[in-house]
Design a protein around this ligand. Structure first.
Ligand SMILES: Cc1cc2nc3c(=O)[nH]c(=O)nc-3n(C[C@H](O)[C@H](O)[C@H](O)COP(=O)(O)O)c2cc1C
Length: 342
């Protein structure tokens, strides 16, 4: 059984976990990451823009590429291409709830078609010589919770790691993640299970790790505004005192580095567009954040944008109220740049 590289991996997030954000997460102590989900159909066709999602394979074996698709041969070809690009870890998305994706039979739709899921996983296993993982939800809806069945099937197909978001497809991001189902899966499967859903702090992550029997706790939305959660969770697990949030200057510097990286990877125009949401997340909990966010939406020039970000964080001070750091819940998991799924 392969060992896990980290007890606290970052959840794959379309439109978010690109290379510059992964580098920032890495600076904040995150050791196991995934790419945004990548269309297997497009990758199998050698689509240039899709290949860009794989550039650069920056983190060695600590970076998994997540594929979505519903055609076994396409998934096998895509897995082959991903390995050719340097990825030693390939993941299949079996949890995406987005209509466009499930309509093509991919994502969470695979939870309803276990015959197809099996063919997909076996085809990928034949191709993947490194780690093969799968990310599922607990089921399609409340009446068809089948994570145990799906998990066992995945293990039977040779999957090395099973990650489960404790919600059904029907729940989307509403309600609460069901950590009882996650715990049952962890107890039943002979491979590492990663539990995911609603982690809001380092303390939460460690409690879930200890209380549910999972091998790892996958962290999602909270990392958008509190990327240091990884460093703190690792510290807590080792019995050390967590450091807590860095000061505003440090947060600002970290963010500016991400913006620089975005510019070098994607160019100034895209960097400006994509930086806005990261700036909004990073400014949560600081006084004057709402006004600042409104202001930076209007800026059309990356140098001016940088100056405003620097100015805000050099003068910012935290509000006293706790930050509820769980957005966004809408629109995720699908990135129009990938075009229609086949
Ligand atoms: C904006 C956004 C994009 C997401 N993209 C993906 C994705 O590409 N692949 C995937 O498996 N899950 C995706 N997810 C789901 C997350 O990986 C995770 O399962 C979910 O956010 C629950 O974890 P959390 O409560 O810690 O955020 C996405 C979620 C959001 C909010």
């Amino acid at each position: 059984m392969p060992g896990l590289l980290s007890a606290f991996p970052m959840a794959p997030m379309a439109g978010v976990t690109d290379a510059p954000f992964r580098w920032r997460l890495r600076r904040n102590g995150c050791r196991l990451l995934f790419t945004e989900m990548v269309s297997a159909a497009a990758l199998a066709r050698g689509n240039r823009r899709t290949l860009e999602y794989l550039q650069p394979p920056d983190l060695g074996p600590d970076l998994g590429v997540q594929l979505f698709g519903a055609e076994p041969e396409e998934l096998a070809l895509a897995a082959h291409a991903a390995q050719g690009a340097g990825f030693a870890h390939v993941d299949l998305n079996m949890g995406c709830p987005v209509r466009k994706v499930v309509r093509s039979g991919a994502g969470a739709a695979l939870l309803l078609d276990l015959g197809r899921a099996e063919r997909c996983l076996r085809a990928m296993r034949r191709e993947v010589s490194g780690l093969l993982s799968v990310k599922i939800r607990t089921g399609w809806d409340a009446g068809s919770v089948n994570a145990l069945e799906v998990g066992r099937l995945a293990v039977d197909c040779g999957v090395d790691i099973v990650a489960v978001h404790g919600r059904t497809r029907a729940q989307g991001y509403g309600g609460r993640a069901d950590w009882d189902v996650i715990g049952e899966l962890a107890a039943a499967l002979p491979v590492p299970v990663l539990g995911n859903g609603d982690i809001a702090s380092a303390d939460d992550a460690v409690q879930r790790l200890r209380g549910s029997g999972v091998a790892g706790v996958m962290i999602g939305r909270v990392a958008l505004s509190c990327p240091w959660i990884f460093r703190d969770a690792e510290r807590l697990l080792r019995g050390e005192t967590p450091r807590g949030a860095p000061g505003p200057m440090e947060i600002g510097d970290d963010l500016l580095r991400q913006i620089d990286d975005l510019e070098s990877v994607k160019g100034a125009k895209v960097a400006l567009l994509e930086s806005r949401k990261f700036v909004a997340w990073a400014s949560r909990g600081f006084s004057g954040a709402t006004e600042f966010r409104r202001r930076v939406q209007e800026i059309r020039n990356l140098s001016q944008f940088r100056r405003d970000v620097e100015g805000f964080f050099s003068e910012a001070y935290p509000r006293e109220v706790a930050v509820e750091a769980r957005e966004p819940t809408k629109g995720g998991e699908w990135d129009e740049r990938q075009g229609e799924p086949a």
